[in-house]
Design a protein around this ligand. Structure first.
Ligand code: HXC
Length: 257
């Protein structure tokens, strides 16, 4: 059955997922989570796909978790269903995922963008964690991933005041990898994804795994982990092809194996 809350398309080895609840500025409800999770798992398992772009509309990447859906929840119900735990599926995607953000990325929207591997923002993008204005706090990683991305002071500022941050400030503080004119957002993100997807898939997946490990372990553990993955890539055909092509002064043709 076609998803109702998002659109999916492929462009060569790139999959593009577009959040599509325009009536609610792409607010993240449980139906959207289920459909997004299904789409990401499908592309993760599809050997023809090498990278994924996740985007929203011109006005909103996502304006947060769906407030109307959660307003009447109670503590025991939220605890028993482990409300929001399902978003872990998004972060568990093993292939590279680029968030292409235009307009609002607030609350869960900002947290969803941070679950991706990097963020390319339109100059119209606005990031924030406004949960405090609703009487709650971020619940999908905002206090954790944001702090790791931008440091304590800026994360506190955003989580405690609920203010929005423009794209330029987001880039300056390291939340965003690049800012581009809004009209160029999708093309830029797809081009970056095409580039990633042209490389050896095991290498791009291991690069993602190793960078993510930096948030989890000590420097020495991380260095050891990186070295083990590096060693393991010498077991791939793509390492032979990549280095052979360099030496033979030709373009590498990775087989992604
Ligand atoms: C449900 C939402 C929504 C949301 C917008 N809408 N955000 N519905 N959940 N998070 C709906 C509005 O109700 C409205 O529907 C329609 O989208 C258009 O929104 P407007 O407010 O009319 O648009 P605008 O005036 O342009 O303002 C845009 C906005 C504002 C500044 C982004 O919508 C806003 O402040 N939204 C909420 C942002 C927020 O607080 N996000 C964090 C959510 S909590 P109708 O039908 O009324 O026209 C979260 C994590 C919670 O993400 C973690 C706690 C455990």
């Amino acid at each position: 059955m076609a998803p109702k809350t998002l659109k999916t398309e492929t462009n060569g080895r790139v999959a593009i997922i577009t959040l599509n609840r325009p009536e609610a500025l792409n607010a993240l409800n449980s139906e959207l989570l289920a459909e997004l999770s299904e789409a990401l798992k499908r592309y993760d398992a599809d050997e023809k796909i090498g990278a994924i772009v996740l985007t929203g509309s011109e006005k909103a990447f996502a304006a947060g978790a769906d407030i109307k859906e959660m307003q009447n929840k109670d503590y025991v119900g939220a605890y028993l269903e482990d409300f929001f735990a399902g978003w872990g599926d998004v972060a568990a995607t093993r292939k590279p995922v680029i968030a292409a953000v235009a307009g609002y990325a607030l609350g869960g929207g900002c947290e969803l963008a941070m679950m991706c591997d990097f963020i390319i923002a339109a100059d119209s993008a606005k990031f924030g964690q406004p949960e405090i204005t609703l009487g709650v706090i971020p619940g999908m990683g905002g206090t954790q991933r944001l702090t790791r991305a931008v440091g304590k002071s800026k994360a506190m500022d955003l989580c405690l005041t609920g203010r929005m941050m423009e794209a330029e400030e987001a880039e300056r503080c390291g939340l965003v990898a690049r800012v581009v004119p809004a009209a160029e957002l999708k093309a830029t993100a797809v081009k970056a994804a095409e580039k990633i997807a042209s490389f050896s898939l095991p290498a791009t997946m291991m690069a993602k795994e190793a960078v993510n490990r930096a948030d989890e372990v000590t420097l020495n553990e991380g260095l050891r982990f990186e070295r083990r993955l590096f060693h393991s890539l010498f077991a791939t055909e793509d390492q032979k092809e990549g280095m052979g092509a360099f030496v033979e002064k030709r373009k590498a043709q990775f087989r992604h194996r």
